[in-house]
Write a protein that binds this ligand. Sequence first.
Ligand code: HEC
Length: 88
Amino acid sequence: MKRLLAILMVCTCACGVGRPRGPMSDGERMYLGKCTSCHSAYAPSERTPQKWVDAIDEMEAKKKVHLAADERALILTYLTGDPAGLKE
Ligand code: HEC
């Protein structure tokens, strides 16, 4: 698992084009860990906050993923800047 994380981080640093941020946030790590096993990571800017909430609801409804409340909040914070995805 450590090894996988290390690979992920190297990859993110090496391929994270135009991303002026430092180390991965917990939310980003959670998102990459939970949401990229079946498809590639959609960029946060690809969807509005409401669309992200809808997408996560849909993934959960289709039993693609199970998220605890705190995991969902972390992922939404990363994707939308708000733990409930309420930001405009
Ligand atoms: C077990 C596999 C699996 C996991 C894990 C998974 N997804 Fe998906 N996701 C899919 C499949 C399959 C589709 C496309 C077909 C569909 O809609 O059923 C999809 C489609 C999507 C789409 C595109 C929907 C659209 O209408 O354009 C988004 C956005 C998405 N997933 C986000 C997420 C997020 C966020 C997570 C983590 C919380 C996640 N997925 C985890 C399987 C998964």
